[in-house]
Design a protein around this ligand. Structure first.
Ligand code: GDP
Ligand code: MN
Length: 304
């Protein structure tokens, strides 16, 4: 019998440029999802990058909540891919269910942000991101866009805007809308504190830590004095202003696929005393890929 045909991909022909639209570059949009928010899906549909060049990948935990989210997600997928307008349809969609660990208990915002819950949570999240990445990254992928399931509002040109900077790793600033009782009006505040520049204090703290200990950002009992991108935002600042970063969050993050292909992943263990997305930034850097952030380019996180 004849041998099956061999698929050849010349990675040199897969371009990764500042103008992905003109070069028809493939985007892999990855979302770890514990809960389904309709606004997340509606925002996805509004992305102006040609949907026929976007592959969606999801990973959901095998919990009651994860099951409910999977059902909701599948309902919306069926609507968009089968009965919706052709221009809304994505190239392909992959859904994974987590098959490791006892799944984490569902936690509300306050509970999951408690410092003693962070190491286990972040390690589980890192594994979820790695599973999702390693099962979906293909030979034709140019860019990977990480977008959390609770990021419910982004500019519609998000992909083009981020890619235009031609950075290996680039993070917009993740904010949260809330009702401000003092102003008696809607307001917004910084949400994601994982985008930061390192400080001498944090470096010193890390030196005194045990090999498995991790540094966490945004906790009073662990003052790192890192420069947080969340606080670099200026109301009148240029949207295209960039700053170099040492740590990144995963709420919204555009990564050149070559950075992941080189081996940069999300360490589910202490890597230079960093874990998950912050560990990823460090690993990218060690591979020679400098992460950047956009302090004045905002995306919005759901408010529980
Ligand atoms: P936070 O915003 O930093 O508090 O983190 P989240 O709890 O929102 O988690 C980040 C992303 O991972 C969101 O998209 C969640 O829906 C998703 N997520 C949270 N926990 C799990 C989990 O156990 N498994 C998977 N697959 N996704 C999760
Ligand atoms: Mn979140």
């Amino acid at each position: 019998p004849k041998a099956p045909p061999v698929a050849h991909y010349n990675l040199n022909n897969v371009t990764i440029t500042s103008d992905p639209l003109s070069n028809r570059e493939n985007i892999l949009l990855l979302t770890p999802m514990a809960r389904f928010y309709q606004q997340y899906w509606d925002n996805l549909l509004k992305l102006s990058y040609p949907h026929e060049l976007i592959t969606l990948g999801f990973i959901l935990p095998k919990t009651k909540e994860g099951n409910a989210a999977t059902t909701e997600l599948q309902k919306q997928i069926a609507k968009t891919q089968k009965s919706g307008p052709e221009k809304d349809r994505f190239k392909s969609i992959i859904i994974l269910r987590q098959d490791f660990d006892p799944p984490l208990q569902s936690q509300d915002e306050a509970e999951r942000h408690k410092i003693q819950n962070q190491k286990i949570r972040r390690a589980a999240m890192a594994k979820a991101r790695n599973s999702l990445l390693f099962t979906t990254l293909g030979p034709a992928t140019s860019w990977v866009l990480w977008l959390d399931a609770d990021v419910i509002e982004t500019p519609s040109d998000l992909i083009q805007d981020l890619a235009a900077h031609n950075k290996p790793v680039i993070a917009p600033n993740c904010f949260q809308r809330f009702y401000n009782p003092e102003k008696k009006a809607m307001d917004e505040r910084p949400y994601d504190f994982n985008n930061w520049q390192d400080s001498p204090t944090a470096v010193e703290l890390a030196k005194k830590m045990g090999p498995d200990d991790i540094l966490l950002e945004g906790y009073a009992d662990m003052a790192t004095y890192r420069a947080l991108m969340a606080y670099m935002h200026k109301t009148d600042g240029l949207r295209q202003e960039t700053v170099p970063l040492d740590g990144v969050g995963g709420a919204a993050l555009l990564v050149k696929a070559d950075v992941h292909r080189d081996g940069a992943m999300f360490p589910p263990f202490s890597f230079y005393h960093l874990i998950e997305t912050e560990g990823f930034a460090k690993m990218a850097k060690r591979l020679g890929w400098q992460p950047f952030g956009l302090p004045n380019y905002k995306v919005y996180h759901y408010n529980e």
